[in-house]
Design a protein around this ligand. Sequence first.
Ligand SMILES: [Zn+2]
Length: 475
Amino acid sequence: MKIRILYLMLLWVPVFLSGQDKKAARFAKTITQEDLRERLTVLASDSLEGRDTGSRGQKMAADYIAKHFESIGLEAPVEGSYFQKFPLVKGTWNKIYVRKGDVIKENLTDFLYYSRSETSGEEFIELAFLGENLEYNDGDLKGKYLVMTNKSWGAWDKNIEKLKRHNPAGFFIVSNDESEFEFALSRFQNYFSRPIIKPEIDRTGDKIIITSTKLISWIFEKSYTEISEGDQAKVIFNADMLVENIGSENVLGFLKGTDKPEELVVITSHFDHIGVSNGEIYNGADDDGSGTVTVMELAEAFTIATKKKNGPKRSILFMCVSGEEKGLLGSAYYTSNPVFPLENTVTNLNLDMVGRVDDKHLETPDYIYIIGPDKLSQDLHQLSERINENTVNLEFDYTYNDENDPNRFYYRSDHYNFAKNNIPIIFYFNGTHADYHKPTDTIEKINFEVMKKRADLIFYTAWEIANREERIKLD
Ligand SMILES: [Zn+2]
């Protein structure tokens, strides 16, 4: 027994007392609650106007991060710049209407244009009435707008999929309950009026119009119940946008490794948020101001280590991306246009919301949700566990790592673009809260004490990945 215990201790002790961890601890100290708070005060301030992708506030945030990278001595790796620019357009709806002669029926009143695809000006469209009969197969439906009666809101997207076999140009989804249609209008009006920010404007996507029987009767010139399957009608439809090229940028700072400079660890956060809506600023202190200021502090700790001749063996790329809230655009652009080869990218650590405590952990705030390491690499998973136990010892909550978890967070932040390219990742996340994507996600609600502990954990983990002999192994 004794020998066995001793043997186990031998396995355990060297890790705990390893020179690496001790060294790392010296530099983890440079990350402080005060610094985190000071930076977040800037990034989550009203003057940055919610950092909407492509907006003035987002660009101010990018400058702030780049200046920090420069001041601590990170290299500017994009042909001498800290910015990786990527194309982006902003489409603001101009006019959306259905017209017959001089009579015009308007979007957001008579119907709700659900799609994000524009027409090329006024188009003559042909409608073919199917009603409830989705099996209707007579005649050529190609290029027409199919009119179907909607029996349940949950089902129409499935019905659309089914009807795509006809290659139609679009769909009218008709609610035969007027109050149901009114509800849909009030619920989605705001959302569908907002500008669209995308890499490029789409003119080929499905065109879906949600409406009530009134509009359809007007188009077909008879009462809804008298319209028969296969009946056709023509009308003019217009859905056009004012398109502006806005462009956006990721901010990259590079620290060259001492022994294996060609291999690199990428540490990411997104610094964009959702801007201003109805006059209210969405400060995004937690989402993802918290991750971004943590990346800034991690970068500083590693550059201090480098100045003290303790720089990491592998290189580290600190990258704050934008366009996350519009669909992971910045990280998608980076992984399609990588500045350093993806084959040499050993791991991505992604921080998205690390400054709050969710309801589940109010009594036990020293926790973090860990998502993703075991999906591609048991090696990374074990390293992450071991480093935590030997250093900060937070509670690792794996609830959201479950494949069956309905939130599917693994697919919802920037690490996923790295995982898609077979790069092992860890996603650090504090969970959701009542202020998620609300104007109330403000700095007062940040818990800097636990945020600092999480920063330490990520620092130690990055340190180990960058310094240990073997690179992280894929399963
Ligand atoms: Zn986020």
